[in-house]
Write a protein that binds this ligand. Structure first.
Ligand SMILES: NC(=O)c1ccc[n+]([C@@H]2O[C@H](COP(=O)([O-])OP(=O)(O)OC[C@H]3O[C@@H](n4cnc5c(N)ncnc54)[C@H](O)[C@@H]3O)[C@@H](O)[C@H]2O)c1
Length: 448
């Protein structure tokens, strides 16, 4: 029996008997639900995160992600199969390591793999024969093999022989109550048969369905294909919104009706632009890699441009609507931004178009406030640091009546839309929040 085969068989047995010890590196929106799901499936699981405050909060059983069940973390901690640490030395004890760290864009809007590199370096220090290392963060096709693998192999161990290496992209949709980590099929890919078998076997015990693919790069590309598809379709529907409005047609009604076609059509809804750390980021990774290999993706690049311009278009539209019918110029107007999360019912402002719109309106001279039940205080963000520390204004009839316009940027479920409909003199709605709920607005109502 070769050494590689014996290492493979040992890990296989440990996974099979659920004795294998698992670690996620990163306890964010992806790593934490994943770690909890794995521990709930019976594997002893440790979450590693450099953010000590988050580690402490998790170990104290705090609900650090708002859409989790109240006691989910506390139950996992009490059950003894889950805990968090900031110390990578725990990896000595670990059989399967899942890397779930951020992969944002650099200031030059290019792929930033620095978190992945740092995580891989932290793992390399403790790497031992027989471990399976899995990258889950979104990266460009080829990154696991050319960026992560050399870091892990620097100590002399070989991927596919001494340790195993796989890629399995995250498909988490925060706040989606129809699909969770367990019910979303998991893509699993590796460049060698043993690593592929191990990752497939491991996730078969965690999620309802695995989808094995032939290589690391294929698995990486699947994630970028999914998100680029969304990017292009969101740009398309926002483009149609403008043209159809000029035709006197409500694009929301069109999409709702078109979606009844049982084949060949999938609904995408207009909005103020795209946000989060996935949809705006993945197409950049794909496009960057395409250029790297001498190819190009002009349709994706055009869609990215349209999406990037969407917040400016909305800000411009606010100015136009304010000044209509002898109204007032945007300079000096009071505007309430309703919702700053990038999408409804979650506490996440990464790449949020609402912040870009707020910023642009203030550059145009408007006096903006915001209301968001998920953000009593505006957090620090990379793109809009000057907005940090602002306070969400209470939503009262008196306050609403004092604004020249209320702009709905995020349609959180818990907002009192009836109150807004009664009290605001001008409602500009990027989310179909009022028509969609059948709430008539007493003042002027424009879907933008
Ligand atoms: N959030 C989503 O909806 C989503 C969905 C699918 C895929 N993804 C992808 O998953 C990856 C992770 O995203 P996320 O939303 O969980 O990010 P996040 O910012 O919510 O969490 C990342 C965590 O990793 C920690 N971290 C950073 N560097 C570390 C290191 N070297 N060692 C240990 N911990 C470290 C941070 O402190 C943070 O807590 C990204 O590649 C993202 O594109 C995210």
């Amino acid at each position: 029996m070769t050494n590689a085969f014996s290492l493979f068989s040992t890990l296989k047995d440990r996974i099979s008997s659920r004795q294998a010890r698992i670690a996620t590196v990163g306890l964010g929106y992806v790593g934490l639900p994943l770690a909890l799901t794995i521990s709930e499936a019976g594997f002893p699981t440790t979450g590693i995160d450099l953010n000590r405050a988050r580690v402490d909060a998790i170990n104290a059983g705090e609900r650090v992600i708002s859409y989790f069940a109240e006691d989910r973390i506390a139950r996992a901690i009490a059950g003894g199969k889950f805990g968090a640490t900031a110390d990578f030395a725990v990896l000595q004890e670990i059989d399967v390591v899942l890397i779930c760290v951020p992969t944002p864009l650099s200031p030059a809007r290019e792929p930033d793999l620095s978190y992945v590199v740092r995580a891989a370096e932290g793992i390399a220090k403790w790497l031992r024969p027989g471990q399976l290392v899995v990258l889950e963060s979104t990266v460009w096709p080829g990154a696991t093999a050319t960026v992560v693998k050399p870091i892990l192999e620097a100590g002399g161990l070989r991927a596919g022989e001494d340790f195993f290496l796989a890629f399995s992209p995250e498909r988490e949709d925060p706040g989606n109550d129809k699909f969770d980590t367990k019910s979303i099929p998991k893509i699993v890919g590796a460049d060698d048969a043993r690593s592929r078998e191990l990752i497939d076997m491991f996730y078969s015990r965690i999620v309802a369905r695995t989808v094995p693919v032939s290589s690391l790069a294929t698995a990486e590309a699947v994630k970028l294909a999914e998100n680029s598809f969304r990017t292009v379709n969101i740009a398309l529907v926002n483009e149609m919104k403008v043209a159809m409005e000029a035709m006197g047609v409500d694009v929301w009604e069109v999409v709702r009706a078109a979606a009844t076609k049982p084949f060949g059509y999938m609904p995408f809804y207009p909005g103020p632009g795209i946000g989060g750390d996935c949809i705006p980021v993945s197409p950049v990774y794909l496009s960057w890699r395409a250029k790297d290999v001498g190819s190009c993706l002009p349709i994706i690049d055009l869609a990215r441009g349209n999406n990037d311009n969407a917040p400016d278009m909305i800000a411009g539209r606010v100015a136009v609507e304010l000044s209509k019918d002898g109204g007032k110029p945007v300079k000096g107007a009071r505007v309430l931004i309703l919702g700053v999360s990038y999408k409804k019912d979650i506490e996440d402002t990464r790449e949020s178009p609402a912040l870009a719109i707020l910023n642009r309106l203030e550059e145009m001279g408007a006096a903006c406030d915001y209301h968001d039940p998920y953000f009593p205080v505006m957090p620090q963000t990379r793109d809009h640091p000057r907005l940090a520390g602002r306070v969400s204004v209470p939503l009262t009839a008196e306050a609403l009546g004092g604004y020249d316009a209320v702009l709905v940027t995020t349609d959180h479920t818990s907002v009192d839309y009836q109150l807004v409909a009664r009290a605001a003199p001008l409602v500009l709605d990027t989310r179909n929040a009022f028509d969609g709920r059948g709430i008539p607005v007493q003042g002027r109502y424009v879907k933008v």
